[in-house]
Design a protein around this ligand. Structure first.
Ligand SMILES: C[S@@+](CC[C@H](N)C(=O)[O-])C[C@H]1O[C@@H](n2cnc3c(N)ncnc32)[C@H](O)[C@@H]1O
Length: 246
């Protein structure tokens, strides 16, 4: 029998332009070689845009009983820091496999005064959560357990580059442009928790996201826009409450 799916397709528009265009700020730490990497100097130099809005939505709509946020691809910490600043979690955990990026994230968390609310792990999130059949020795059992009991997974996986820009109006989330396909991430992460937020290209193929939604369940897709142009979307999968645009 064909699956019947319902989904909400909303958007949040960042209508007000920031007073000054954010510019990269570097210290004597070396920023990692990833697009958009910044070292924060102080909270007035916020080189981020939509992370606080995602954190607001997550805090307001989070499923009941969820006290833990796990950022599986933490990068330089923008999302993890915003989740910690939201005050909605007992603990934020953040995994990053690039050591330089992880050091930036730690530095940035300190700048924002939330370093003692985030526990950072260096390594591969699939391995650390025990989701890679071939690498079970790296599993951190206690983390997998706590997330499985009371956690939400946030995943902002790598994507972008020429493949993403050339994809036109529908980006194949299970194709070569994604180092980790949507199918792979969703099937693995779901064994830990069904409640997750996946940060994906704005032109993502929504039917592929709908394929992750069980019969009689709903997903919410939220576009995050700057100057009224979508920058990316988040798929809220699991038991999220309705996200309000107010
Ligand atoms: C798009 S960036 C994340 C940006 C992040 N949300 C931020 O605010 O800075 C993706 C990150 O995932 C990391 N990464 C890629 N594969 C990973 C894996 N299997 N486990 C953990 N981190 C991974 C990359 O090193 C990169 O820093």
């Amino acid at each position: 029998m064909a699956k019947k799916r319902k989904r909400n397709h909303n958007s949040y528009h960042e209508r007000e332009a920031p007073a000054a265009a954010p510019s990269p700020v570097y210290t004597d730490l070396k920023p990692p070689d990833i697009e958009g990497a910044h070292l924060y100097i102080d909270p007035n130099h916020i080189p981020w845009d939509i992370e606080p809005k995602i954190a607001d939505h997550a805090a307001a709509a989070k499923p009941d009983g969820k006290l833990i946020m796990l950022d599986c691809f933490a990068g330089i910490g923008g999302n993890a820091i915003a989740f910690a600043l939201s005050g909605a979690y007992k603990r934020v955990y953040a995994i990053e496999k690039n050591l330089a990026a992880l050091e930036c994230a730690r530095h940035n968390a300190r700048i924002y005064g939330v370093h003692d609310q985030i526990t950072f792990f260096h390594g591969d999130c699939f391995e650390i959560l025990g989701l890679d059949e071939n690498k079970q020795s790296g599993k951190i059992e206690s983390l997998a357990q706590v997330v499985s009991k009371a956690g939400i997974i946030f995943g902002s996986p790598p994507w972008g580059g020429p493949g993403y820009k050339a994809a036109g109006s529908s980006f194949d989330l299970n194709g070569n442009g994604m180092p980790y396909s949507l199918e792979y991430m969703h099937s693995r992460f779901s064994t830990v928790t069904k409640d997750m937020i996946l940060y994906l290209p704005r032109t993502s193929d929504l039917n592929q996201i709908a394929d992750c939604v069980e019969r009689n369940e709903k997903a919410q897709i939220m576009h995050y826009c700057i100057y009224e142009n979508s920058k990316a979307l988040c798929a809220y999968l699991g038991s999220w409450k309705k996200i309000s645009l107010a």
